[in-house]
Ligand binder design. Structure first.
Ligand SMILES: Nc1ncnc2c1ncn2[C@@H]1O[C@H](COP(=O)(O)OP(=O)(O)OP(=O)(O)O)[C@@H](O)[C@H]1O
Length: 297
């Protein structure tokens, strides 16, 4: 497998250079032509039901190449259900889901998955405890968990090392995964999610279980990633406004399977919307590019 240099070029540049499609931010700032219809996720009239339970209903949502979305809501709101569809693990009961231009149900999801970087507790739980940290990352190139007899090229092992360094865990490369702290595991699995140079990055509660220092460190690293114009379109699921990394551009608020509000983060993240979402009278404060919330009174 290859690294960034092997990405397909789909955006025309004025001098004949062809930047990758997902470098839309850079393309826009350089005045190159981009296809505004190039959506990474598109959900139209989506509902998911299990028996008589509605997990999500009437979801109309789209994510563009240069967007970084936060999906925020209380326990059971349907956040992971949305992410499972975006990661092609779940099909809708009604409506349509397109991921990277492919319609779920009409495409081979196994071709699509290497183009999606996923970091979730469910995936992390499947990592063998005796797997070396460097192998956890590099094995994403073969979409496998647990290294077997695959051969990796220097380019791949170099990229894995580079990503571990970017996430601040390069010194743990030779450690067994089971010996890592929760924060170190989170950073390792995010490095793994980035290994295939995905066009879409999905992060399901990446800061869950981290202490204050670990959370702040992760928020800063995710913020740096969000601000990198070469980074993939991203969706981060969280329960806490404090975990929103600066650089995230859009927000979708969910409550009981229904969208309360969606759009630009600054427009969506209001006391009113937050109070509706969490069914509490909440006070929202903003400090720089960070948000903080607490119950009023
Ligand atoms: N197979 C199923 N059958 C019935 N109900 C389900 C099923 N799977 C999920 N649910 C319910 O659907 C709702 C949404 O679940 P989901 O995991 O998407 O919520 P969430 O917002 O990610 O929650 P959390 O923040 O607690 O992880 C929950 O009430 C859950 O109990």
């Amino acid at each position: 497998m290859g690294g960034r240099g092997d990405l397909p070029d789909t955006c025309g540049g004025p001098d004949g250079d062809e930047p990758p499609a997902r470098r839309r931010v850079a393309a826009v700032s350089h005045g190159w032509e981009v296809d505004v219809d190039d959506l990474v996720i598109r959900m139209d009239g989506v509902g998911v039901r299990r028996g008589k339970t509605t997990l999500v209903a009437d979801v109309n949502w789209s994510v563009e190449l240069d967007e970084r979305w936060v999906v925020l809501g209380p326990n059971g709101a349907g956040k992971t259900t949305l992410l499972k569809m975006a990661s092609t693990e779940m099909h809708p009961s009604e409506g349509s889901v397109d991921v990277l231009g492919e319609r779920l149900g009409k495409t081979n999801v196994f071709d699509l998955r290497p183009r999606i970087g996923l970091c979730s507790a469910a995936l992390a739980a499947r990592i063998p405890g005796d797997e070396l940290v460097r192998d956890v990352v590099v094995s994403a190139g073969y979409s496998v968990l647990g290294r077997w007899h695959e051969e990796y090229e220097a380019m791949d092992t170099d990229r894995a090392a580079e990503l571990l360094d970017m996430l601040g865990v390069a010194h743990l490369a030779e450690r067994e995964y089971a010996t890592l702290s929760e924060g170190e595991r989170k950073r390792t699995t995010i490095a793994r999610a980035l290994m295939t140079d995905p066009e879409l990055l999905l992060l399901d509660e990446p800061a869950a279980g981290l202490d204050l220092g670990g959370r702040e460190d992760l928020v800063a690293r995710l913020s740096a990633l969000a601000m990198d114009p070469d980074a993939p379109a991203s969706v981060l699921v969280t329960h806490h406004v404090e975990e929103i990394p600066p650089g995230f551009t859009h927000g979708l608020l969910l409550r009981e399977g229904n969208i309360v509000a969606q759009g630009l983060l600054d427009d969506v993240l209001t006391e009113d919307n937050l109070s509706k979402t969490f069914d509490q009278d909440l006070e929202l404060q903003r400090s720089g590019a960070r948000y903080f919330a607490r119950r009023r009174g």
